[in-house]
Ligand binder design. Structure first.
Ligand SMILES: Cc1cc2nc3c(=O)[nH]c(=O)nc-3n(C[C@H](O)[C@H](O)[C@H](O)COP(=O)(O)OP(=O)(O)OC[C@H]3O[C@@H](n4cnc5c(N)ncnc54)[C@H](O)[C@@H]3O)c2cc1C
Length: 457
């Protein structure tokens, strides 16, 4: 009888799972583990998600006769120890496609190999083979549209059902002490999340089903933060509760006007991972080194006001409060709040990106880095560096009745449909809300243009 370790990471599902499928086919029994490692920096909001996602996965595994063991420790020592103690011949994983995580996997594979144990790595997290999709001169694409044109024809889907049963081996007694559970946050700041979200594979599939009847409206509705115009699949995708190939397949087969636009957004996720793969330093550094001398402003009180949704700009504040309460923010509003921080307030994109990583349930190194660098204008495929979102114009255009603002900034509920976007323009004072924006809109824009113009010299 051969036994293997199956190490779940960000592939917390049972269907469409190439690594799990391969492990089941090659072995009589599997030891299913998740390793909770403090050094992995699973940030606050996404850790609250992870806790529930692991509970769902454990239930789904139990229903198939198996058991998931959640262990605490450093995988660099724990995984080889588990393999030795169980007599496993191999360890199966899905690739994470993040530079630090991939380097650690390579070190673990080397340790295992020295004991004659194989590390088997499969795909499934992405649709694109980043080393195969290249320009005609065999260099990586730097611009989204040609990347997407070249990548999309390579995307494949072979539906894989979840296994009906799972034959599992026991956790060795020497490692029983490593068992752990993920604690709920204290105080329960995540309570508001669960009105909106249900982690787990079943809920991810329901979200995908819910999208289909409104897919035709997606190209326009996706920009309106007050309506349910997008799929909200991002945290499910981040934790691998659903595969991108299933989403691609279902949406493509459904077809219609919205399908192409939706698939292009999935393409942005592919592009974000592609950029991180080819330019791993971009997770910490400006993709465009010209910005390395940018005189970012050091403004802790300003950053604090931004984080708490008290900048005095209603759409910006609504977005940051949605983030705090729901662990998620609408994409259009992510762009507006990021532009406000990096352009009008002149604060380094890395400070905003760090806040997003702590507060988003879909916090994702690749997508977050690409999003922030795109808005800041420091990135690959950047918007022209002088492009600065006017948050009031954006607000009037995409939230014309102020529905989104009123939902998240209750102080402004009584204001009329025009004043709610910019109360200071009508000289209105609202108790408990800043009397005017933390930065004057035109002065902030001019200062940003001056900083950018100095860089261009
Ligand atoms: C400053 C900034 C930071 C961001 N940080 C993150 C992050 O940490 N994690 C994250 O998943 N997304 C991030 N995004 C991208 C985008 O905002 C979210 O993916 C999207 O809002 C998720 O909602 P949805 O699932 O309803 O999207 P939908 O519109 O339904 O799109 C479907 C899927 O496509 C992908 N996608 C859509 N837009 C983008 C995009 N611009 N870039 C990359 N992938 C995209 C996501 O996986 C998304 O779930 C960020 C964008 C910006 C501007």
């Amino acid at each position: 009888m051969t036994q293997a370790i199956f190490w779940f990471r960000r592939d917390l599902r049972l269907a469409d799972h190439p690594a799990l499928e391969r492990a089941i086919q090659s072995h009589d029994a599997l030891l299913l583990v998740y390793v909770d490692n403090a050094a992995d920096n699973v940030y606050d909001a996404s850790r609250a998600w992870l806790r529930r996602s692991l509970e769902r996965l454990a239930e789904d595994i139990r229903a198939r006769g198996g058991e998931l063991h959640v262990l605490a420790g450093d995988p660099e020592s724990l995984i080889p120890a588990l393999a030795v103690e169980t007599g496993a011949t191999s360890v199966h994983i899905s690739a994470l496609h993040e530079p630090d995580a991939d380097a650690r996997d390579a070190r673990i594979a080397a340790t295992l190999a020295s004991g004659g144990i194989a590390m088997r790595r499969a795909g499934g997290r992405l649709l694109t083979d980043a080393d195969a999709v290249l320009t005609q001169s065999s260099t990586p694409f730097r611009v989204f549209t040609p990347f997407h044109k070249a990548a999309r024809p390579t995307w494949r889907h072979r539906p894989r059902e979840a296994p009906a049963t799972l034959a599992c081996g026991p956790l060795p007694s020497s490692l029983q002490g490593a068992r752990t559970t993920l604690d709920a946050p204290r105080p329960r700041w995540d309570n508001g999340f669960w009105d909106t979200w249900t982690p787990g594979e079943a809920a991810a599939l329901t979200r995908l089903d819910d999208l289909l009847p409104r897919l035709h409206a997606y190209p326009d509705a996706r920009d309106v933060p007050a309506v349910e115009g997008t799929s909200r699949l991002s945290p499910h995708l981040h934790f691998g509760e659903i595969s991108p190939s299933r989403i691609f397949d279902v949406v493509q087969r459904h077809g219609g006007n919205g399908a192409d636009k939706y698939i292009a957004e999935l393409g942005w996720r592919e592009f974000a991972y592609y950029v991180l793969h080819h330019w791993p330093a971009s997770r910490h550094h400006n993709f465009n080194p010209k910005f390395d001398v940018m005189p970012w402003r050091d403004d802790p009180p300003g950053l604090d006001a931004w984080q708490r949704g008290l900048t005095g700009v209603p759409l910006v504040d609504a977005g940051l409060r949605q983030l705090w309460n729901e662990g998620w923010m609408h994409n259009r509003v992510r762009m507006v709040v990021a532009s406000w921080l990096t352009k009008h307030m002149g604060i380094d994109w890395r400070q905003g990106a760090a806040w997003f990583m702590h507060t988003l349930v879909d916090a994702d190194l690749a997508n977050n880095t690409l999003g922030w660098q795109w808005v800041a204008g420091t990135g690959v495929d950047a918007a022209p560096y002088f492009r600065i979102f006017n948050p009031v114009t954006q607000s009037r255009r995409f939230d014309p009745q102020g529905t989104y603002i009123r939902r998240w900034v209750p102080e402004l509920r009584a204001l009329g449909d025009d004043a709610v976007h910019a109360p200071w323009e009508s000289g209105l004072r609202v108790a408990g809300y800043p009397a005017k924006p933390i930065v004057d809109l035109s002065a902030g824009r001019d200062a940003a243009l001056a900083r950018l113009a100095a860089l261009a010299k």
